[in-house]
Design a protein. Structure first.
Ligand SMILES: N[C@@H](CCC(=O)N[C@@H](CS)C(=O)NCC(=O)O)C(=O)O
Length: 236
């Protein structure tokens, strides 16, 4: 049994999709970020970074004590190794999949994340920051488009690299980026969206507090996500 510590965001959906794809037994433990539930000691014991998703595998690869893991990319690699699925068998394609997974973790996710911050959460966004992150978000889509003009999936076969990117592409509409501008991404997006496990994993659970486009947070909610409450949780 795997516990999935979860919030309904692109990073969370990467893992809920992988769990649906592999059919591994799991239970979802939802957190409400706006209430600061992720800042408490329960998550800190699993993830000192106090961010989601995280997992605890009670029947871990290699045996022994339950294994706690954080960072969605590391979790996807672990689940791929545990099941022997969704990482290509050939070394060439396996490393290609890992390359695109790292690209998602270091580029697409963080840069789109900053664009989401300034477009959706920042009360008075500076024009410079808006331009900087939306431009970079779009540039990364240009990069992905070039790749997907050559291949159906990022590592030629459907893999955890696609699972990592797909929820962030889905979320781009919330920052007014329409993927119709990138035809190869649009086709790739549709191929993946039709997979039954993606439909299942991407719907878990339907409690996205940030589903709307622009979020107006009260001061306490803002503090839990971006201010003193967030900072003090790690320092305490
Ligand atoms: N690189 C991390 C990012 C985790 C992350 O930032 N998660 C967000 C939700 S998508 C979170 O927990 N936010 C809470 C906060 O910012 O305090 C991963 O991919 O797992």
């Amino acid at each position: 049994m795997i516990d999935l510590h979860f919030v309904s965001t692109p990073n969370g959906h990467k893992v809920s999709i992988m769990l649906a794809e592999t059919g591994l037994a799991h239970r979802v433990i939802p957190y409400n970020l706006l209430k600061g539930e992720h800042l408490g000691e329960a998550l800190a014991a699993i993830n000192p970074n106090r961010r989601l998703p995280a997992i605890v595998d009670h029947d871990p690869l290699g045996g022994g004590e339950p294994l706690a893991l954080f960072e969605s990319g590391a979790i996807l690699l672990y689940l791929a190794e545990k099941t022997g699925r969704f990482l290509p068998a050939s070394p060439r394609l396996k490393h290609t999949a890992q390359q695109w997974l790292m690209w998602q973790m270091a580029g697409l996710g963080p840069q789109h994340g900053q664009a989401h911050h300034f477009v959706r959460y920042c009360p008075d966004p500076p024009e410079y920051a808006l331009q900087r992150y939306v431009r970079e978000a779009r540039r990364l889509l240009d990069v992905m488009e070039l790749r997907l003009r050559q291949v159906d999936y990022l590592a030629e076969e459907y893999s955890i690299a696609d699972m990592a990117c797909w929820p962030w592409i889905r979320a781009a509409r919330a920052i007014d980026i329409g993927i119709a501008e990138w035809p190869a991404i649009k086709a790739w997006y549709g191929r993946i969206a039709r997979r039954p496990a993606v439909i299942e994993g991407a719907a878990v659970p339907e409690n996205d507090p940030a589903a709307g486009r622009v979020m107006t947070l009260n001061p306490d909610q803002w503090s839990a996500l971006f201010g003193e409450r967030m900072l003090n949780a790690v320092r305490s």
